[in-house]
Design a protein around this ligand. Structure first.
Ligand code: HEC
Ligand code: HEC
Length: 265
């Protein structure tokens, strides 16, 4: 019941004419800059969107991974099972197992800068951080605070019981992935993001967990035929991808939560 209500609210509030509607959790919103509020808040939301899709160019000093947030948060964070940001704003603050404390949305964004982007987090009151929060809040409007995210919107999947077969994963990679991500996993700058090696996310990232990557691949890859792999194939190819070396997270770069003035700088 709450799930239906949530879907209904999200669907109506976000004005989704083109939502596929048949599967639970399938509601999505595309970002339309013409619907933003005018003035500085609208500018902040638009800047947040641009950071998510053009992280490389707009946040250069903060990121080392050669990809944008949108490499994993598909369609600018509007795609169910593709790292959607819709409704996320109302799920914070939340308990965080890794940090072992209650975290704010900024802390979670900072984590993706530290691990997924293998970089460093912008200050919490910086224009960039507030813009990303503004954008996620905008995408979340109409979704009740505290609404539980539908399992169908997440890409974490329960893994098959058996161990993955890395050899089968290598074959799948060669036939279904390497034409874009390249046989050395390095991708093609600006077009196809790297999957391992120095330009990839580090070993602390969510995507470095096989349940996240298997789920992401199961629903979103290969990009030219999403949904064509079985869960066990996605599991095998994720194991193959994760068997390669990637940057290591350096602990002393962990996020520092200093109090900062509420000013743009
Ligand atoms: C390499 C892939 C990758 C990249 C790049 C990436 N993220 Fe993430 N992000 C993830 C994964 C995986 C999760 C965990 C999703 C889950 O557990 O369902 C996540 C979670 C999040 C969350 C919390 C979502 C939730 O449902 O709790 C936020 C906010 C977030 N990312 C923001 C960002 C921002 C902003 C950037 C760019 C600066 C970014 N991410 C870049 C993979 C990535
Ligand atoms: C047609 C080109 C293409 C193919 C084939 C393809 N990908 Fe991707 N992949 C992309 C693009 C482009 C992105 C960035 C997200 C987007 O724009 O859809 C991406 C993103 C990813 C990501 C998250 C970002 C990162 O770099 O970590 C993973 C993981 C991934 N692909 C794995 C795979 C696997 C595994 C296969 C094979 C089963 C595969 N992809 C096949 C184009 C492709």
């Amino acid at each position: 019941m709450p799930k239906l209500l949530l879907l209904f609210v999200a669907t109506v509030a976000l004005g989704l004419g083109a939502c596929s509607g048949s599967k639970p959790g399938a509601g999505s919103a595309s970002y339309d800059p013409h619907t933003l509020p005018s003035g500085p808040l609208g500018e902040s939301i638009a800047y947040g969107h641009d950071i998510v899709v053009e992280t490389q160019s707009l946040m250069k000093p903060y990121v080392r991974a050669q990809m944008s947030c949108a490499a994993c948060h598909l369609a600018g964070g509007t795609q169910p099972r593709g790292g959607s940001f819709i409704g996320l704003y109302g799920r914070f603050p939340q308990w965080n197992k890794r940090a072992h404390r209650v975290i704010a949305l900024q802390d979670r964004i900072a984590e993706c800068f530290l691990y997924s982007m293998n970089g460093k987090a912008p200050a919490y009151s910086s224009k960039a951080m507030i813009a990303i929060v503004s954008y996620i809040a905008w995408l979340s409007r109409g979704v009740p605070v505290g609404a539980i995210q539908s399992k169908d919107d997440r890409y974490v999947v329960p893994l098959p019981k058996d161990s993955p077969n890395v050899g089968d994963g290598a074959t799948i990679y060669a036939t279904k992935c390497s034409m874009c991500h390249q046989s050395n996993g390095a991708g093609v700058g600006g077009t196809f993001p790297p999957l391992w090696g120095s330009g990839s996310f580090n070993n602390g990232a969510g995507m470095a967990h096989i349940d996240r990557m298997a789920g992401f691949v199961r629903y979103n890859m290969p990009q030219n035929a999403p949904g064509s792999l079985s869960l066990s194939q996605a599991y095998d190819v994720a194991a193959f991808v994760l068997s390669h070396a990637r940057p290591r997270f350096v602990k002393n770069a962990l996020v520092v939560t200093r109090a900062l003035p509420a000013a743009y700088f």
